[in-house]
Design a protein around this ligand. Structure first.
Ligand code: AMP
Length: 283
C-alpha cells in the first residue's frame, strides 16, 4: 500500500491503478464503520483508494476542528490490513492553498437537519468531495448510511455535476449496544458512553411503532422526544421523520422516510438514523 501526502505523488500512483477504482473518503481515526466501506470497495473493485483528510471547510467556527481525533499511523496500518491499495493523506494547504476561492454548493437538501444547525457544513463537504473525485477519478465511491443526509447530498452532487461515479451507500456499523460507530465516540466519558445508547433506542422504538402500524409522523417524533427526555445527559438538537428524497418533514409516513436525530451528550454531538420501512435502502 502506498501513502501519498502530496497531490503530485498521488496522481502518479493513481495512474498506475487498474480499473474499476473504488474510493472511500474519510476524516481518519478509523473504526470498523470506515473499514466496512473499504472491505466492500475491495470486493467490488480492482483497486481501492482511501483518503484521510480532516476537512477544515466542513467545520463551523465553534466546532471541534482542532480537537478532532487524529492518528495517521494507526489509520495507515488499518487501511493496509483491510486491503487498501493507495491512501491520499494531504495536509490542509495541499487542498486549500492560500488564495483558494472556489466552492461547490448543493441547495435545498442542505438547508435542513444537519444543514439547519451547521450552515456551512455541506458546502465544505461537497467542495472537498468534488475535489477528491477530480483527483481520484473513481468509478465507485463508498459512503456510510450513518451520515444519511451527506449521502443524499453527494448523490445530488454527482447527478447535478455529471460526475461519472456510482455512489454505494453502506449500512451503519454499530457497537454491541447499538451505538453507531463514530470517531467522535472517543470524546465520550464512560457515563456519557452509556447515555449515548439513547439514540439507537429512539430508532428502535420508531421501527417498532412503524411495524405495529403507526404512520402518524408526529407521534413517531414525539416518541423519540419522550425517550430523550428520560435521559438527563441527552440534549436533543432535532428529531425528524422526513421524506427520504427531499428531507421535508412528513405528516404521514406514506412513502420511504428517513428517521434521523442529532443529540448532544455532554459536549459531544452525535447523529444517527434509520429508514422506514425498516430494511429499505436509503437510495
Ligand atoms: P468520516 O470519517 O466521519 O467523515 O466518515 C467517513 C465515511 O465513513 C462516511 O461515508 C461515513 O458515513 C462513513 N461512516 C462513519 N461511521 C460509520 C459507521 N458507523 N458505519 C458505516 N459507515 C460509517
Amino acid at each position: 500500500m502506498n501513502v501519498a501526502t502530496s497531490i503530485d505523488r498521488f496522481r502518479v500512483l493513481r495512474a498506475a491503478l487498474p480499473s474499476p477504482v473504488g474510493f472511500v473518503p474519510t476524516m481518519g481515526y478509523l473504526h470498523d464503520g470506515h473499514l466496512s466501506l473499504v472491505r466492500r470497495a475491495r470486493c467490488e473493485c480492482e483497486a481501492t483508494v482511501a483518503s484521510v483528510f480532516v476537512n477544515p471547510a466542513q467545520f463551523g467556527p465553534t466546532e471541534d476542528l482542532a480537537s478532532y481525533p487524529r492518528d495517521l499511523d494507526r489509520d495507515v496500518e488499518q487501511l493496509s490490513a483491510a486491503g487498501t491499495d493507495l491512501v491520499l493523506a494531504p495536509p490542509p494547504e495541499a487542498l486549500y492553498p492560500a488564495g483558494y476561492d472556489t466552492w461547490v454548493t448543493v441547495e435545498r437538501l442542505t438547508e435542513r437537519l444537519e444543514g439547519g444547525e451547521r450552515p456551512t457544513h455541506f458546502r465544505g463537504v461537497t467542495t472537498v468531495v468534488a475535489k477528491l473525485f477530480n483527483l481520484v477519478r473513481p468509478e465507485r465511491a463508498y459512503f456510510g448510511q450513518k451520515d444519511a443526509q451527506q449521502a443524499l447530498v453527494v448523490s445530488r452532487l454527482i447527478g447535478d455535476l455529471d460526475f461519472d461515479v456510482e455512489l454505494v451507500v453502506c449500512p451503519t456499523v454499530r457497537e454491541p449496544d447499538g451505538l453507531a460507530m463514530s470517531s467522535r465516540n472517543a470524546y465520550l466519558s464512560s457515563v456519557e458512553r452509556k447515555a449515548a445508547g439513547v439514540l439507537y433506542r429512539c430508532l428502535q422504538r420508531v421501527e417498532g411503532m412503524y411495524r405495529n402500524g403507526e404512520r402518524d409522523a408526529e407521534r413517531l417524533r414525539d416518541a423519540m422526544k419522550a425517550i430523550l427526555e428520560g435521559e438527563p445527559r441527552a440534549c436533543p438538537a432535532y428529531v425528524s421523520v422526513a421524506d427520504a428524497k427531499d428531507l421535508t418533514e412528513l405528516k404521514t409516513v406514506d412513502r420511504k422516510a428517513l428517521v434521523s436525530l442529532a443529540v448532544r451528550i455532554g459536549r459531544t454531538r452525535l447523529i444517527d438514523n434509520t429508514v422506514l420501512p425498516p430494511g429499505e435502502a436509503l437510495l
